[in-house]
Design a protein around this ligand. Sequence first.
Ligand code: COA
Length: 376
Amino acid sequence: MYISGIGRTKFGVLSKSLVELAYESMFNAINDSPLNISDIDAIFVSNFLGGPLNSQLHLNSVIASLLPGLNIPIVRVETACASSSVALNQAIYSLSKFSNVMVVGVEKMNGTHLISTTDAISMASDNELDSKNGLIFPAAYALIAQQYMNKYGVSHETLEQISYLNHKNANLNPLAHFYHKEVSLQTIRDSPVVATPFNLFDCSPISDGAVSVIVSNKRMSDRDVRILSSEISTDCISLTQREDLTSFKATKIAAKKAYENSGIGPKDIDVLEVHDCFTINELIALEDLGICNPGKAFELVETGDLTLKGSVPTNIDGGLKANGHPIGATGLAQIFEVATQLRQEAGKRQIESPEIGLTHNIGGVGGTTGVTIMGA
Ligand code: COA
């Protein structure tokens, strides 16, 4: 199986509508591939907040309206922030029936008051046990950060460095939410508190944007990227039911299966995109994916191993922190970056000759994880 086309929009606070964003990314993906839109046999559309924020559901039919006369199967997938990696996973499975399948991830999060947006995002948590009791997303991840920092003796300085690095990377990515925003460590340190220990720069932003990816069961061109494994795992939704808050079981299981199925191990990964919705998550992801031992990810931050020229270049597009986090498009944005790197088309942020890349996309507070491994 191959990725035969990729397309995205800029991420940020945008004036375009949900439908315009979806269309732009689909158009760009078709233009990027050797295919015509009539070659697409089916579409999976990933979106989380269309109902509460845009008063728009039945998104499969919305997408069908952009493609008059095609009348192909189109299905919406929703698994919170992991929606688009799960949509990709379903598209890959569907290649046993179809030849070319498009996955469209889209989210329009700006345009409503922050309170409504925060309430809507909270729908990804257990309503009775967590959100109703104040565990909105920044608070839930802050609780996780408190436990992690206590357990491993990690200070906020490490989280500041992660934020700094991801913002630096975003400055090399013209499509990133925070492209052109110069950020110093002092700015990060002095930014307002959101939920202790997090301040503004520990959080991913509220982003609009869309990404489309085409998967094919045959190689279409030399630029195609191989899909070596795509795995999804789940865990209970409420933090009250978790054994451990400093690690995500769903990630460990999905990663284990992805490594087994591809014959690739953590040491083989040349480029990595992890779900840093809050800075703490970058550390936890590196450990859950087996890139380093539990409690040791701070060493990778300190040694510079996560930088563009490091041994495990991570979140080179800026990550969720600075590339942005338009929820329904986030997992596909990671795929877009890894595919761009493997094709060696990333321009100023190109890492040296990558062969293998991995993406890690979490839904909610670890209730769903998608892991995808790709090869040049
Ligand atoms: N990181 C860095 N800067 C940010 C930012 C972020 N996450 N969010 C906003 N900003 C900047 C804006 O660009 C703006 O800068 P400017 O004054 O230079 O133009 C400034 O901060 C104010 O922006 P505003 O939109 O008013 O921020 P806000 O206070 O409404 O929202 C948060 C800030 C942190 C509350 C919001 O980004 C948030 O809720 N993030 C988490 C989203 C989330 O939970 N996603 C799901 C994760 S699983």
